[in-house]
Design a protein around this ligand. Structure first.
Ligand SMILES: NC(=O)c1ccc[n+]([C@@H]2O[C@H](COP(=O)([O-])OP(=O)(O)OC[C@H]3O[C@@H](n4cnc5c(N)ncnc54)[C@H](OP(=O)(O)O)[C@@H]3O)[C@@H](O)[C@H]2O)c1
Length: 325
């Protein structure tokens, strides 16, 4: 099979398209003929050895995919050859075939194509489980979403609206904010103009938000801490800015703020039942049309590097998908 292979931990620039052996599923695994795989920020880290998961070399990146079941291990009863599925992967999505653990494989609703299905699991999973199980967002609360036009950010806008929150979206520039508005954001803040804290306070009667969802980090985190209300919650999702903030405990104490560290992937083993429940609710929202998954760019398997370039140059909104021939 063809695979975009990482042979050294030198970053996405070193990925090469190679012919490799098609893998064989273990007793509990599913072999998927991949039709589409979505790109995640984490893929840019895994190919530099800077992600939590460090696969043995050589490997293909790619943390989620959609396709058709080719074969299943002998203990797998939840799907069978020929099923249309999407899957969460440890790695290996940028290849013609990928292995997934059976509990990470989900049927694709009839109204979804492969590209859209591939773009769902990580971003919507992170936002739904993070905002419900971890941040406990309630209807009527105000949610600030940073990096709101990005992969996880845009899904947090939609999930926040579906949960009944008022959503304040922050992003870099009017085009990105327009996408946030299309996906339901109530208020828009261009963080390139500065004064994020004052703008959030002005939109919340001077009180600040109940919940903040932060996949960006850096200086924006200081603004977040200052613009979260007494007894509010901050969901620490990621550091797309490249800058990991240090949290001043005194401000957390004085404002009774809870900073919640959140790594969605860890719940695949910590609490798989809660992830399945989260996924089930998400699928019902997809099927009833409450969510509008957004793929802004697609690339072929031989153009994977261009996909990475677009992601890291902040040229995408929502998700980038790699189509696999
Ligand atoms: N905790 C978890 O379980 C979990 C799950 C998924 C992802 N994440 C993390 O969440 C973060 C975002 O992931 P993603 O897949 O949504 O990425 P993405 O699609 O690239 O979105 C990131 C957004 O961050 C903003 N940004 C601000 N400063 C940036 C910078 N210096 N470089 C790049 N983007 C910058 C960009 O929006 P503007 O151009 O509008 O500023 C961009 O839309 C990553 O750190 C990722 O590892 C965490």
């Amino acid at each position: 099979m063809k695979a975009a292979l990482c042979t050294t931990l030198d970053g996405y620039e070193s990925l090469t398209l190679c012919d490799v052996a098609t893998p064989t599923p273990s007793d509990t695994q599913v072999l998927i003929r991949v039709k589409a795989s979505a790109l995640n920020f984490a893929d840019s880290l895994i190919v530099k050895g800077k992600y939590q998961v460090k696969p043995p070399l050589p490997f293909s990146p790619g943390l989620e995919c959609a396709g058709i079941v080719e074969a299943v291990g002998k203990n797998v009863t939840t799907c069978q050859a020929g099923d249309r599925v999407m899957a969460i992967l440890n790695y290996g999505g940028f290849a013609q075939y990928a292995l997934a653990d059976a509990h990470d494989v989900f049927p694709i609703p009839d109204n979804l194509d492969f590209n859209t299905a591939a773009s769902l699991p990580v971003a919507y999973g992170t936002s739904h489980h993070g905002l419900t199980a971890k941040a406990q967002l309630k209807a009527g609360e105000t949610l600030v979403v940073h990096g709101a036009a990005g992969g996880v950010g845009l899904t947090a806008v939609e999930v926040g609206k579906r949960l009944g929150a008022t959503v304040i979206a922050t992003a870099g520039g009017p085009e990105k904010l327009a996408i946030c508005k299309e996906h339901g954001a109530d208020h828009l803040i261009d963080y390139r103009d500065g004064n994020v804290r004052d703008k959030i306070k002005a939109l919340t009667d001077g009180l600040g938000s109940h919940v903040a969802y932060d996949p960006v980090g850096g200086d924006l985190f200081t603004e977040t801490l200052r613009s979260t209300r007494q007894d509010g919650r901050i969901l620490v999702v990621g550091f797309a800015s490249g800058d990991i903030p240090q949290i001043p405990a005194n401000i957390m104490m004085v404002k009774n703020i809870t900073c919640i560290g959140y790594h969605w992937g860890a719940y695949r083993t910590l609490d798989p039942d809660s992830l399945r429940a989260s996924f089930a609710e998400l699928m019902s929202w997809i099927e009833d049309g409450s969510l509008q998954p957004h793929v802004s760019l697609t690339f072929g398997l031989d153009d994977v590097k261009q996909g990475f370039e677009a992601l890291l140059a902040r040229k995408s909104t929502g998700k980038i998908v790699i189509e696999i021939p």
